[in-house]
Every structure is written in C-alpha cells, then in structure tokens.
Design a protein around this ligand. Structure first.
Ligand code: DHE
Length: 522
C-alpha cells in the first residue's frame, strides 16, 4: 500500500475541511443518495434513463469528461452543472457510482418496449414530398454535438429540416426501400422513425437499454435492433412501430450473448447476427417462405422461433452457424454469399460461406481491421474490397474472388471510414486517429496509390465522407463541436461549400443507401 506523505495527508485534510464548509452535504451523502437527489429525476432511479440518457457503464464507456459534465453541464442541453451544489469529492464519487455496473441485468420485455412507444400526435402522412428537392438525393447529417439530424437537399445543400434525435445516435440510419422513411438508433436503445416526405418525426420507442445498430428487412417490413443490454434482438414493425418479437440470444451451449451487430442480407431474405459472447453466427429469416430450404441447402432452423408465428411459418426462424471463435464487424460480398468477420483480438479476417455455413478462408489482417467500413469496387477485372485498420495506418485491399490480400496501402494514421461512388475514380479515406487526424486521403481505385491528401481544417478531426446521388460531390465532416460539412467537387477535389454543423458524424444519401451503392458500407 502506498502511504500518503505528511504533506499530502495535510493537503487532503485541508481539502476535506474546505469541502465540508463549502458543501455541508458532502460530509454525509452517499453517492447513491446524491444520485437520487440530483440525477434520478432525469436519468431514472434505476439509472436506465428518462428524459436524460442511461447512466450505466455500457453507455458511458465513450464519455471521457464525466466529472466536467456533472460540474458544468452540457451546453445546449437540459443537463445543468452541479458545481455549486456538489463538492469535487462528491462529483468524483458520483462518477464512480455511475460507472459501476448494475447489480442485475435489467429485463426489457415486449411490454416495456410497447409502453415506451411515443407516437407524434400531430403527424399526418403526405401523398408526395412536401418540398421541391429530389427526395432520392436527400442526405442526412447526424450532428452528435447537440443530437440533431440535418436534412440536406443534395443538389443545393440547403438545410430542409433540422430535427432532434435521441441521445448519442450510433451507426447508419436505415431507410425504407422507397427512401421515404428513415429509422435512427441511439446507443440508449431508442429508435426514431422520421418521414422524409413531410419532414416530420413519426414516433419513437425504446427497443433495448443499450443497443448497437439496426437493420431493415429485405421487404422493408421489419426492423431488427441488436442489443447488448439485455442480450436480445428486438424486431419491430416498421409500419406501426410496434414490437413484434424479442428474441433472447442464447447460444447452443446455453450462454447468453450480446449482439455485436445485426445486418440485412437482402438476397437471402434474412438478418445476419454477430454474437459477441458465443462462437456462433445467427441467421433470422425475414420471409415466411424462407427458412430451411431457401438456398437449396437443408439447414436446421429452430422451431421455437417458427412456432411463435404459427400462421407465418418460417418468419423469424433462426439458424445457427457454428464458428471457431466469436466473430465481429461483418462485411458481405455484393451477392451476400459470403461474409468476412474479424476475431476478438482483431488480428485476422475469417470468411464464412453463408450457404454452406463453412469457413472458406482466413486472412492475416493485424491491427484491428474495421471491416464494417469496407467498400468494394472493380479492379483489374475482379471485385476488391478495402478496409481501414483501427490500430494501424494502413488500408487492406482484398480480392473477393479468392480472398487474398492484394495490397496494404500505407496511410498517415489509422482511419475509421471509407467511401466512394460508382462514378468516382477515387476512394476517400479519413485518418481518424493520431497527429494527422485532420487529413483525408484520396486513393486511385486502379493504381491503389494515394493521389492527394486533403486537409480542410488543420488540427481538427476530419472524417466520414458521403457522395451525392450522382457522385458529383463528396461531403466530409469536420468532426468538432464547432464543426462543418465541407462539400467537395468530386472530380476537381476543390471545396465548393462549407456548412456549419455541431460535431457532424455520419452522412447518408438516400439513393446511395437504398440502391446498395458499391461505394458505401451497408
Ligand atoms: Fe461505430 C457504424 C461498431 C465506435 C461512428 N459502428 C458502426 C457499425 C458497427 C459499429 C457494428 C455498423 C452499424 C450500422 O451502420 O448498421 N463502432 C462500432 C464499435 O464496435 C466501436 C469500435 C466501439 C463502440 O463503442 O461501439 C465503434 N463508431 C464508433 C465511434 O467511436 C464513432 C466514430 C463515433 C460514435 O458515434 O460513436 C462511430 N459507427 C459510427 C458511424 C457509423 C458506425 C458514423 C455509420 C457509418 C456508415 O457510414 O454507415
């Protein structure tokens, strides 16, 4: 044990005395009491959220300055500062309290989800878009600085609407197949439905307590929500926003598993699930006629899921694909015959054939490949995919026919996102981490060389590109609270416009998403 020196002990005693004088409550209150007095009315007595977000380690993991937020609040939100009511010691104790896991994993049943459903009272659908802009060239910008989404006209870059989202949106919003509605998910498990034609929110509900991402079924009828807490997959009706099924994610050996992510496999008419805690991949049928025989192979689809939907035999039936170790962060080939995932240590890529369920290949991909950000294009007569690495300044380019590594392109630091467009000769790759976090590399898709590096805001994090529908413009985020979306001419690589935004993160063009453009991750 390290004993405090006399000096530090004296300093500590002085601090305590001062705190007791300035904040008399500090001497007596337990952090749980302080939580009940100051936090529970917004964040819930159970810490699972209310008007404010859940305060549990699963969701707070990414928030770095908790004591600062408790002391001084968050600008432009209802979170006020408590530095005049709580001593620094009390604030530190509160931080430790909210970072302590809950004693029991809370349940979140169909009834809880149904009870959280909050449909907008004044919403009326429209027969056609209520604006002049091309509805398929709308681009949504998620602004994480103050939890809003801006709706951009993809031709003029006018902001048609700016609406509040639930706290801490993560992952790509998912559009209905006609591009009319969009579903947005927060890490707190809230799912929001927004009508692009009327520029109005339709409603929202809480599908999980700590969620990862969402996926839309091939026919647009169902939305799946991957949850960490509880360990479930929630399926919602996209039309009514009602929960239709909550599937407990229990592996073959009885282990409960978190769901790392859920993906749409449109050609297979199914959802594919990455299980975090079990060596299994799940496939959940989204078509009553899919199921055991739908790809010519006889797979064992589990009965309990089928029976729950007696009249629609096959809907949500579940197939388990055993793997050697848990796999995460999936990327699919364009016809969804194979997926490539990474192991927990982030040292390799494993290719699984979805038809046979067998392992096809293993690739050495050290440095935490971020396969989910991968994109594909045609190169030398073959389809290649590229993936950034989160721990290394390289991009790996992989031949998708024989799953060999074509090239590793050195970058000036680890990147997060890649984007391109069918009409663009370039891949846009950000450098998200390290001293060059302000750079975006422009890579020639044929020579696989960096041809230019953009630096739109020196010293600031610059990340995530999205193209307009026709590929003429590329939009890049200056990922800062006083940030911007910078619009580039995708041919000349010159800046044409800068739109002020609050920490803009992902951007999503309706057409590129619903057409499954090669240049975007799905
Ligand atoms: Fe993401 C997408 C997982 C950290 C911003 N991220 C995704 C997806 C997954 C994923 C599985 C695909 C979901 C989809 O779109 O359906 N992300 C993870 C992680 O496991 C990781 C590394 C750790 C974690 O805490 O979850 C992680 N992600 C981050 C961030 O730190 C980012 C940069 C900031 C943030 O908002 O949390 C971040 N992730 C994003 C964005 C997308 C995303 C903007 C959508 C990309 C797209 O273009 O589709």
């Amino acid at each position: 044990m390290i004993r405090p020196t006399n000096f530090s002990r004296q300093r500590h005693i002085v601090k305590l005395l001062m705190a007791a004088l300035l904040f008399p409550a500090a001497a007596i209150a337990e952090p749980s009491e302080d939580f009940a007095i100051h936090c529970a009315s917004c964040h819930g007595e159970d810490r699972l959220g209310g008007t404010g977000p859940a305060l549990i380690p699963e969701t707070l993991g990414r928030v770095r300055n908790l004591s600062d937020i408790i002391a001084h609040g968050r600008p432009a939100t209802q979170m006020m500062g408590f530095s005049d009511q709580l001593s620094p010691g009390q604030i530190e104790a509160l931080v430790a309290h909210i970072q302590t896991p809950l004693e029991e994993t809370p349940a979140w049943t169909v009834d809880d989800i149904q009870a959280s459903r909050d449909m907008a009272s004044g919403y009326t659908p429209a027969a056609k878009p209520t604006f002049e802009a091309d509805p398929l060239n709308i681009t949504l910008v998620v602004e994480t600085g103050d939890h809003h989404v801006s709706v951009l006209d993809g031709d003029t870059f006018d902001v048609l609407d700016r609406f509040p989202t639930p706290y801490a949106v993560h992952g790509g919003p998912k559009f209905s197949p006609d591009g009319r509605f969009v579903f947005i998910m927060s890490r707190d498990g809230w799912v929001q439905k927004y009508d692009i034609w009327t520029l109005k929110e339709v409603g929202r509900l809480r599908a999980g307590l700590n969620s990862r991402n969402i996926a839309m079924s091939h026919d647009g009828q169902w939305l799946a929500v991957a949850n960490y807490l509880p360990q479930t997959l929630t399926i919602l009706s996209t039309d009514t926003m009602e929960p239709v099924k909550v599937i407990d994610v229990v592996a073959h050996n009885g282990t409960l598993s978190r769901v790392s992510a859920v993906y749409q496999a449109p050609q297979r008419k199914s959802f594919i699930l990455a299980l975090k805690d079990a060596p299994e991949i799940w496939e959940v049928a989204t078509d009553p006629d899919a199921g055991p025989f739908h790809d010519g192979y006889v797979h064992s689809y589990e009965k309990d899921a089928v029976e729950a939907f007696g009249a629609q035999e096959g809907l949500f039936a579940r197939r388990r694909i055993p793997v050697d170790e848990p796999l995460d962060d999936f990327f699919f080939d364009p016809d969804y015959r194979n997926l490539i995932g990474t192991n927990r240590e982030g040292t390799k890529g494993v290719v699984i054939n979805l038809i046979s369920g067998g392992k096809v290949a293993e690739l050495p991909l050290p440095g935490m490949p971020h396969l989910g950000s991968g994109i594909t294009w045609d190169w030398n007569g073959v389809k290649v995919m590229a993936t950034p690495h989160l721990n290394e300044g390289v991009l790996s380019v992989i031949d998708m026919a024989d799953w060999t590594l074509v090239k590793q392109i050195d970058t000036s630091g680890p990147g997060f996102f890649l984007r391109s467009h069918e009409t663009s000769p370039h891949v846009w790759a950000d450098v998200f981490f390290g001293p060059h976090k302000d750079e975006v590399h422009i890579i020639d898709k044929q020579t696989l060389e960096i041809v230019k590096t953009l630096n739109p805001a020196p010293g600031k994090t610059v990340a995530h590109t999205e193209f307009t529908k026709d590929g003429k413009y590329a939009l890049v985020s200056i990922w800062e609270d006083d940030g911007a979306v910078v619009v580039y001419d995708a041919s000349t690589l010159e800046e044409v416009k800068r739109l002020t935004m609050r920490k803009p993160s992902g951007k999503y063009n309706v057409w590129n998403k619903i057409s499954f453009s090669d240049g975007t991750s799905h």
